[in-house]
Every structure is written in C-alpha cells, then in structure tokens.
Design a protein around this ligand. Structure first.
Ligand code: ZN
Length: 88
C-alpha cells in the first residue's frame, strides 16, 4: 500500500515512500544575467525549507541559500520593498 497520500500537497517527487525528502517543482526565473531557482524541500519530520539558487549564465558558477519559511517570506518582502524603493 502506498503512503503517497501523506506527501505534502506541493510535493512533486515520484516516490512510493514518504520516508524520504519531499521536493516541489523548481520555479525558475530565467534572465540574461542569470537564473534564479526556488524549490521547497522537506526531510521526514523536519520543517519545510526553501532552497534559493542562482546560476550565472554560461558558467557552472552558482550560489544557494537554504531558507526556513519565515526567512523566505522575509526575503520576499525585502525584495518587494527594494523594488518599490527603486521605482519610487
Ligand atoms: Zn513527497
């Protein structure tokens, strides 16, 4: 019997057991100056976290941040505030 029904609704991993990391689809913003990818991850019994990765075009250089959901929300609010300030 599959335990798939206990995956969180955002999980997009084709696993038959839930005793592995849950992974969402990657949301990728592609830009000429580099791509930014966001993905939800959750180890069994651990809080959900968001991985934010940046990729430089034409290279294998990248950076990433492994964020708690509160941190991801704070980052999103900071981005909106900075964009609003830049457009004022
Ligand atoms: Zn899952």
């Amino acid at each position: 019997m599959s335990q798939r029904t206990t995956c969180p609704p955002w999980c997009n991993t084709a696993h038959s057991s839930v005793d592995v990391e849950h992974e969402s689809i990657q949301h990728v913003l592609e830009t000429p100056r580099g791509d930014v990818a966001l993905q939800l991850l959750q180890q069994p019994g651990a809080p959900v976290r968001m991985l934010a990765a940046t990729l430089r075009p034409g290279t294998s250089e990248h950076g990433d941040a492994d964020l708690a959901l509160d941190d991801a929300e704070a980052l999103a609010r900071a981005i909106l505030a900075q964009v609003a300030a830049a457009r004022a």
